[in-house]
Design a protein around this ligand. Structure first.
Ligand SMILES: Cc1cc2nc3c(=O)[nH]c(=O)nc-3n(C[C@H](O)[C@H](O)[C@H](O)COP(=O)(O)O)c2cc1C
Ligand code: SF4
Ligand code: SF4
Length: 261
C-alpha cells in the first residue's frame, strides 16, 4: 500500500467531534475545538473523511478524491433477494464480447469491498485473449492429475469419469477474472460483490473452483499468468452473456439457524 497522510484543515473544522466519535481506532482528539489526528499509522479506513460535515479531513496518496453523495444508496430488499434467488451458475455463454467498461465496473465492485484491517490485499487478473492458453494448460494438468489424485482423494474419485474437454474450465466464455489474495475471506467477499455487479450488467457468472485449483497447484500456469510464487488465487469468476434462460428457482435445503436468547 502507498503512504497516506491524514490532514485536518483547521480553517474548516468546527470541532463537532463526529470524526472522533466514529474513528474505530480512537485516533482523533478534539483540542481547542479542533480535531487533531494522533498518529498516521492508523487503519486509513477513511471514516473521518467520509463523516465530516465540513469536508475538513483529507487523506493524501490516493488517485481519486472522495465522491460526494447526499445519502447512502439502499437497494430494494425485494429486488436484491429476487436477484440472489434467481441467479444460477451459468455454463452456456453467447459468443459476445464484454465491454471493457463493464469489466472496469466489476473490478470497481471488488475494490470497494471491505477487507479485514482495511488490508485491500486483493488483486484481479483479467483473462480475455490469454484465457485460451491458460485453459489449455489447466486442461492438460487436470487430464494428467485426475487419475493420480483419484487414488488418494474421494472428491477426485467422484469426478474421475467427468470428461475434461477443451473448454472444461471457461465453457467458451469471453472472459474470466482470477481473484488473488493472501486473505481468503477478503478475496471471497470481493468476488461475491463482483459477481453481483456482473449480474447487474446482464452477465452470467460461474465460479470456477477447478481453475482456481489449477492455478494454485501449477507453478508453470502461475508463471504464464504472471503470478508470483506466493500469490494465491482465491477464486475465479468466469463471465459472459448467458445463452440460457431459467424459469424457476432451484430448491435449497432449509437454513440451519440457531438463535440463543
Ligand atoms: C466457490 C465455488 C466454486 C465452484 N467451482 C465450480 C467449478 O469449478 N465448475 C463448475 O462447473 N461449477 C462450479 N461451481 C458452481 C457450483 O457447483 C454451483 O454453485 C452449485 O451447484 C449450485 O448451483 P447454482 O450456482 O446454479 O445455484 C462453484 C461454485 C462455488 C461457489
Ligand atoms: S468531523 Fe470535521 S468538523 Fe467535525 S471535528 Fe472532525 S474534522 Fe472537525
Ligand atoms: S482513517 Fe480511520 S482509523 Fe484513521 S483517523 Fe480516520 S477514522 Fe480513524
Amino acid at each position: 500500500m502507498r503512504q497516506h497522510t491524514i490532514t485536518i484543515d483547521t480553517g474548516k473544522c468546527i470541532g463537532c467531534g463526529l470524526c472522533k466519535q466514529d474513528c474505530p481506532a480512537d485516533n482523533i482528539e478534539i483540542t481547542n475545538a479542533k480535531a487533531l489526528v494522533r498518529k498516521q499509522d492508523c487503519l486509513m479506513c477513511g471514516h473521518c473523511v467520509a463523516v465530516c460535515p465540513k469536508a475538513a479531513v483529507s487523506i493524501s496518496g490516493f488517485d481519486e478524491p472522495p465522491e460526494e453523495f447526499a445519502k447512502q444508496t439502499i437497494l430494494s430488499p425485494k429486488e436484491l433477494l429476487a436477484a440472489i434467488k434467481t441467479r444460477r451458475s451459468i455454463r452456456r455463454f453467447k459468443q459476445e464480447d464484454i465491454p471493457d467498461e463493464v469489466i472496469r465496473q466489476i473490478i470497481e465492485a471488488g475494490r470497494f469491498t471491505p477487507s479485514a484491517v482495511n488490508a485491500q490485499d486483493v488483486s484481479y487478473l483479467v483473462l480475455k485473449d490469454g484465457r485460451e492458453k491458460a485453459e489449455k494448460m489447466a486442461v492438460g494438468l487436470f487430464r494428467r492429475l485426475l487419475p493420480v489424485a483419484s487414488l488418494f482423494s474421494k472428491e477426485a474419485r467422484d469426478r474421475r469419469d467427468i470428461a475434461i474437454d477443451d473448454h472444461f474450465f471457461f465453457k467458451k466464455a469471453p472472459a474470466a477474472i482470477v481473484i488473488v489474495s493472501k486473505t481468503k475471506v477478503n478475496g471471497a467477499l470481493a468476488a461475491a460483490n463482483m459477481a453481483l455487479m456482473a449480474e447487474a450488467n446482464g452477465l452470467g457468472v460461474l465460479y470456477s473452483g477447478l481453475f482456481t485449483i489449477a492455478v494454485n497447484v501449477s507453478g508453470k500456469l502461475r508463471r504464464t499468468l504472471g503470478l508470483g510464487r506466493k500469490q494465491k488465487a482465491v477464486t475465479t469468476l468466469v463471465l459472459g452473456y448467458p445463452d440460457i434462460n431459467y424459469r424457476r428457482t432451484a430448491q435449497r435445503e432449509s437454513a440451519n439457524v440457531r438463535c440463543q436468547h
